[in-house]
Design a protein around this ligand. Structure first.
Ligand SMILES: *Cc1c(COP(=O)(O)O)cnc(C)c1O
Length: 345
């Protein structure tokens, strides 16, 4: 990896961050008159902990990663956007990503006026590190790897991911939004080995908390420090922090639901494979299943009429006539299967 100083934008490297009241005084006191807060309506009258230490300590214990290596944001969307703002000089730098993948990497590139280079996955939805690296140049700052990948559902080949980590001198962002549903291990276990890696995880999928908006980024202490410098001072609100603590204290409940989803997924995969209008059920490491159909536009519309909303991925690279189906409850899956069985062209 290159020195951080060489790959961080100059204005960000030298940025002196806003120092909030809660930054300047940390600790217990009986009277707080430092932040112009309203004295009534505890606890929501108070600004949240800007560094969310209580939440991070619990995540640290769960994941075996030090607090200094954790960043929390408003969903994964926040660290995705921050990576552009920290590393990519608009109109000069570029990023490289596989195609198809999660749409936010491209949208954030557009918002930040950064060139987005796409390298197509192979027919089996895997990729070659060499091909990906060949698309980089001296201005490439970030490589995006989503594993398990959205919308294809498969985990990317870990050997190829490591090859990218070893051979790219910029930032490699490994988006593990679906890792809790995967048979593959998380790259968190090699966080120390790769100082250029940023692992993204989220409370939105396995944790059942998409509405709460909480995302995690794991990286070297130096990278996390820059994240903290650039983020809005109070990015994660009090309600979200309290809710996250509750979830983390009841982690066995999260695990139970993940198990149930995995069981439902297995059953759904088998049933989908028997349906006439479905030509192929792709292997999945996530909480959704990509299927190739005989006519995804027609089936999508037909399902809507039945009150069922799937994601139509027709027209996306390597996803012609594909629908992306999220694994629901056993009852929901049953209804989806009945509806699909009754589809006739
Ligand atoms: C759903 C998803 C996320 C989660 O985004 P949040 O902002 O945390 O809700 C991140 N990455 C991928 C690939 C996803 O599919």
């Amino acid at each position: 990896m290159k020195d951080l100083k060489e790959i961080v934008r100059k204005n960000i490297y030298s940025l002196k961050p806003y120092s909030s009241a809660r930054n300047e005084f940390k600790g217990e006191a009986s009277i707080f008159i430092d932040a112009n807060e309203n004295p009534y309506d505890t606890p929501y009258n108070r600004y949240p902990d800007p560094l969310q230490l209580q939440v991070k300590e619990k995540i640290s214990a769960l994941k075996g990663v030090s607090v200094e290596n954790i960043f929390l944001g408003v969903g994964s969307d926040e660290p995705i956007d921050l990576l552009y703002r920290i590393f990519c000089e608009p109109q000069k730098d570029n990023v490289v990503a596989l195609e198809p993948t999660y749409g936010m990497y491209a949208v954030c590139a557009d918002i930040n006026n950064v060139e987005y280079r796409k390298v197509s996955l192979k027919e089996d939805y895997q990729f070659s590190a060499d091909e990906l690296l060949a698309a980089t140049d001296k201005n490439t700052k970030i490589i995006w790897l989503c594993s398990p990948n959205n919308p294809t559902g498969n985990a990317l080949d870990a050997v190829e991911i490591e090859k990218v980590l070893k051979n790219f001198s910029g930032i490699v962002a490994v988006d593990e939004a679906y890792i809790d549903f995967s048979s593959q291990p998380s790259f968190l276990k090699v966080l120390k080995k790769y100082p250029n890696m940023v692992v993204l995880q989220t409370f939105s999928k396995a944790w059942g908390s998409a509405g709460v908006r909480l995302g995690m980024a794991f990286a070297s202490e130096d990278i996390i420090k820059i994240f903290n410098k650039v983020k809005y001072p109070y990015n994660v609100n009090v309600l979200t922090q309290r809710y996250a603590i509750k979830l983390l204290d009841n982690f066995s409940q999260v695990e139970k639901k993940v198990k149930a989803i995995l069981k439902n997924r297995e059953k759904l995969e088998k049933q989908l494979a028997k349906i006439k209008c479905i030509k192929e059920v792709y292997p999945t490491d996530a909480n959704f299943i990509l299927v190739k159909t005989i006519d995804s536009d027609a089936i999508y519309k037909y399902l809507i009429e039945k009150g069922i909303v799937a994601r139509n991925r027709n027209g996306i690279t390597l996803c012609d006539n594909c629908l992306r189906i999220t694994v629901g409850t056993a009852e929901e899956n049953k209804q989806v299967i009945v509806a699909l069985k009754n589809f006739s062209k």
